[in-house]
Structure formats: structure tokens, C-alpha cells
Design a protein around this ligand. Sequence first.
Ligand SMILES: C[S@@+](CC[C@H](N)C(=O)[O-])C[C@H]1O[C@@H](n2cnc3c(N)ncnc32)[C@H](O)[C@@H]1O
Length: 249
Amino acid sequence: MSDSDDDVPQLSAATLAALQEFYAEERGGLVQNTAPVDKFSVGAVEEDWRMSQFWYNDATATRLAEEVIQEAGKGGRLVFFFCNVFTLPLPAGQHVAVVAFYIPYLLHSRIACLSAPSVYQKLKQGVVEGSGGVSAVVLEYDRRFATYGQEFVFYDYNEPLSLPEDVAPQSFDIVLADPPYLSEECLTKVAQTVKYLAKGKVLLCTGAIMEEHAEKLLGLKICRYIPKHNKNLANEFRCFTNYPSSLLS
Ligand SMILES: C[S@@+](CC[C@H](N)C(=O)[O-])C[C@H]1O[C@@H](n2cnc3c(N)ncnc32)[C@H](O)[C@@H]1O
């Protein structure tokens, strides 16, 4: 593992000072938040630096959720199961016709949020147009997200292919990933998981310094859009895609 301090996204000095002050106050019981928390709101689970957690701000989480919905195929795909017309003989020598009918069935597009719980939360909040037509899964190392039930899949990038059997290969219309560390070693392993999960489309959010590796490992191109976090990070963050993105390019 090479999750050295250099690889971890860094907070600016001012943000760090403000955060330390906040934690000091909190320890002293001065900060009391009694407001009820929406379990899908971004920040419902507090950031833990030990897991390199830096949540997007609400605007970025929303923008990325819109992007993955659009690229996964908004509203899912409508498929029809249909029955044939056929006749049944009756005992009296007559026949009765059975009429054909169609059963419409909505197949939801599938989105994987790999180490990107804020986008999963935003998709589930019901505030982004089209979110009702997609299904989302959050693959995460932090077991606090197990509160999301079957949509939580435990994932450790060090074991890129140790996934439950019901997570089928190439079963997601789009995979969005935000690896915990800015290192080639981490991205190489995350890329293995991404390739396993994705039917094709990949959206990666990580440090701009990972551009060369993102291209080499996953064929991704840097986007102009700049993702923003709740706390200012010293590292420049960017999005990378392997498809022409209307929102991000
Ligand atoms: C840089 S943060 C990305 C979060 C994203 N900005 C968001 O707002 O959803 C890195 C993520 O990797 C997760 N993580 C930490 N250690 C991990 C590991 N060993 N394997 C996979 N994911 C891990 C963290 O819990 C965190 O959600």
C-alpha cells in the first residue's frame, strides 16, 4: 500500500485551522446540532480523515448525479413482455380464445458509486430529475454506509475483485469512482474494479496530478468541470471521462 501522507488529498491551512477549532468546540460540547438529518443528505455521515474522506459540496454532488443519470440513460429502459393469442378447446367441442397482452416493465439503468458516497446520496435524495428511473449502488470501505442496506457493497480497493457474487461483471451503465489516494498504486487497483463493473462508461474524480495514469489505465480524458468539496482542498481536483460529456466537457 502506498497511502502515504503525500497521496492523501490535503486541506488548506485555513480550512485545517477552522476544522481543528470546530472539533475542539465539539469536544467541549459547545456545538449542538439538534436538527433532524435526512439520511441521504450529503454529510449525513461525517467525514473521517483516517479514511481520506472529503465530501463534495451540494452543488457538485448534484451536478455529478445529473451527469450519471443522463449518461446511464434517463428513466431506464421500457421493455415489453407479451403473450400470444391461442385457443383452448372446451369439453362441448367449442373453443375459447385467449387474448394476447403486453406487460410493460421498466428496467432501471444502473449506476455504481465507487468510493463516492455523496453522489449515491444525491441520487437517492429524490431531488435530481430522473433519479427515480435509475438504481444506484454505493461500493464503500466505510461500513457506516451499510445503513443503506442492500445498496451498500463493502469494497476495499486493496482487494479489487473481492466483490459479492451478486455483483455481476459489466452490470452497470456507468461507474463513477473517487479513489481514496492520489497514487498510481491505488488508481491501478481501482481501475481493475471499474473495468469489472462497467459496461463501458466511466467517470473518475480525482486529483489533476493523476491525469496521465487515468489516461493510461482507463483511457480517460480530463474535463473542464472542476468538482468542489465542502472543505477547501489544497490539491486541484478534476473529472475524467471515457465518453464525450455534455455536462463536464
Ligand atoms: C476522496 S474520498 C471520495 C468521496 C467523494 N468526494 C464523495 O464526496 O463522495 C475517498 C473515499 O474512499 C473511501 N475509502 C477509504 N479507504 C478505502 C479503501 N481501502 N477502499 C475503498 N474505498 C476507501 C472513503 O471512505 C471515501 O468515501
